[in-house]
Design a protein around this ligand. Structure first.
Ligand code: G4P
Length: 524
């Protein structure tokens, strides 16, 4: 297979949902189709169950699982599919946001009884920012669901995207009879006792009397709803989907493996091949011959006995080959990648080559940080891996003076992994950890102790937001820093950060210093 063919058959995507909507179940069913796993139950949910927030063993266990399920590659009908897993717990949403920078499209799972939930909205905002094509899978139709039109309205309004149903459910809960595929006019009947895929029944149109035999009264209802659907929703427009303006919608029940194959078959047909990537310097096209890629995730010390780190690299262009020498742009040096791994059929294995859209795991001894770029020599920096303004803060102090070196190293590495952000207050020199979730503080403390042998202590710090500031006029910047000297800090890269005590103070500062740009993500 030549390079172009390899490129065209790749589909790299992420599945996102509010916790409990069925992401893990759907992922597992997709893997079953790809033959990547044999039995149900093989994919463990990587969510941290409710109430387990201080159960550190649970966190550790989850980290172990999530490295195995970070990327799941499999072959399906000639396509190479890469599913990127995202953490379910909302305290790890920054991880999820970063993973979304490495996907070419997304499937959003929605619980039919709950509709659009808060985390779904947040995730959709990230997709919208990046114009990521989105398919919606409305799950759990075997349970009593909201009215279908109401659900679609909600998706449209709350996720702020036009929708187009490509299948239509017939009832829900105990009355769930199946789905009618509006795309190719086939009826798929639901039977909770049969999990094997049944061939769909093909119709020319919905007037066929056989429908009445199969569905009884619900056939009339389906005809009425179908008429409404065709009247209300425009025909499916592939271009609009690829631009992120239109979301095709499917219905089913992941638990009963119902509607999943339909989703997968349509997905491989319509989902995008690897998309161009933006760098600070230029747009990189996947078909360019020279290799380039970026690190979007780092997993460290999975096995405490081996200080192993894996950097996950998304390949953006070119043909990656094992043992080739590539340029590490930030460090300005070259490196040979001799044991790149991929996760195929749930096995981690060394690979010889990889193509755009693929994710490779690179063993790392501390060379990489999130956002690093690898190329064949060109100096480019990939965009789209911002850190977000943290909203929870604590001073971090050394609780074991004999271990200050270990503490410094541990903090340094955990920050490179993107667990949290570190700021240094310019007034008193104290170190501040900023996170987007409460759980991170506990994770940091636990990991410092278990992986680095260092102990830390936190002191409360009540603050509203940390934001990056910059200004074209150096004088204004100096003036601002002078006025706010107690509230100025630097981030790990030495950039100026203003730490606002309250929303009011931030607003005052913005009003008073109109020439200063306040940034709420680290990328500007
Ligand atoms: P998540 O990854 O999005 O958090 O959700 P997950 O797949 O873990 O599913 C959450 C719960 O919903 C699970 O039940 C799962 O079995 C159930 N579920 C998923 N899809 C469907 C569906 O189509 N129909 C029905 N009725 N249930 C579904 P649980 O009891 O929380 O966990 P478990 O003990 O069954 O694993």
């Amino acid at each position: 297979m030549d390079f172009k063919e390899e490129l065209m058959r790749r589909r790299t995507f992420g599945i996102v949902s509010h916790p409990d909507a069925g992401k893990t179940t759907l992922t597992e069913k997709l893997l079953l189709f790809g033959g990547a796993i044999r039995v149900a139950g093989a994919v463990k949910s990587n969510k941290i169950k409710k109430g387990a927030t201080s159960d550190f063993m649970e966190i550790e266990r989850q980290r172990g699982i999530s490295v195995a399920t970070s990327v799941m590659g499999f072959e399906y009908n000639g396509y190479k599919i890469n599913i990127l897993d995202t953490p379910g717990h909302q305290d790890f949403q920054e991880d999820t946001f970063r993973t979304l920078t490495a996907v070419d499209s997304v499937i959003i799972v929605i619980d039919a009884a709950k509709g659009v939930e808060p985390q779904t909205e947040k995730l959709m905002n990230v997709c919208r920012m990046r114009h990521t094509p989105v398919i919606v899978f409305i799950n759990k139709m075997d349970r009593p669901a909201h009215d279908t039109f109401t659900l679609l309205d909600e998706v449209e309004k709350q996720l702020n995207i036009k929708v187009r149903p490509l299948s239509w459910p017939i009832g829900s809960g105990d009355n769930f009879k199946g789905v009618y595929n509006l795309f190719d006019n086939t009826l798929q009947l639901f039977d909770p006792d049969i999990q094997e895929i049944q061939p769909g029944i093909k119709f020319n149109d919905l007037s066929h009397p056989e429908l009445d035999t199969l569905l009884g009264k619900q056939a009339t209802h389906l005809r009425e709803e179908h008429e409404l659907v065709e009247g209300v929703y425009p025909a499916f427009n592939h271009e609009a989907y690829l631009n992120g303006h239109l979301a095709p919608v499917f219905f089913g029940s992941a638990l009963y493996n119902f509607g999943v194959q339909e989703l997968l078959d349509t997905f491989v047909r319509i989902a995008p091949t690897p998309r161009p990537s933006e760098t600070e310097e230029r747009t990189i096209l996947p078909e360019e011959p020279n290799f380039s890629g970026f690190v979007f995730k780092i997993h460290a010390n999975i096995d405490p006995n081996h200080r192993s780190r894996i950097a996950f690299v998304k390949i953006c262009s070119g043909h990656f080959k094992r043992n080739n020498v590539y340029t590490h742009v930030r460090q300005g040096k070259t490196l040979r990648i001799s044991s790149p791994t991929a996760f195929m059929a749930s096995q981690k294995e060394t690979i010889e080559e990889a193509f755009p859209g693929d994710i490779i795991g690179v063993p790392d001894t501390g060379n990489f940080i999130i956002g690093d770029t690898l190329t064949e020599g060109e100096i480019v920096h990939f965009k789209g891996l911002p850190s977000f303004s943290p909203e929870l803060f604590r001073y971090i102090e050394n609780a074991d003076p004999m271990k200050s070196k270990q503490l410094a190293k541990g903090i340094d590495q955990l920050m490179d992994e993107g667990v949290a952000q570190l700021f240094t207050n310019q007034f008193n020199g104290r170190k501040i950890i900023g996170t987007v979730g409460q759980l991170q503080f506990e994770v940091i403390q636990y990991r410092l102790e278990h992986e680095y042998g260092a102990k830390c202590r936190y002191e409360p710090l009540s603050m509203y937001k940390a934001c990056w500031i910059e200004c074209e006029d150096p004088k204004t910047l100096v003036e601002f820093k002078k006025r706010k000297y107690q509230k100025m800090a630097t981030d790990k890269r030495g950039r100026d950060v203003f730490m606002a005590d309250s929303a009011f103070i931030l607003q005052m500062a913005q009003d008073e210093f109109k020439d200063i740009n306040f940034h709420f993500t680290s990328e500007f």
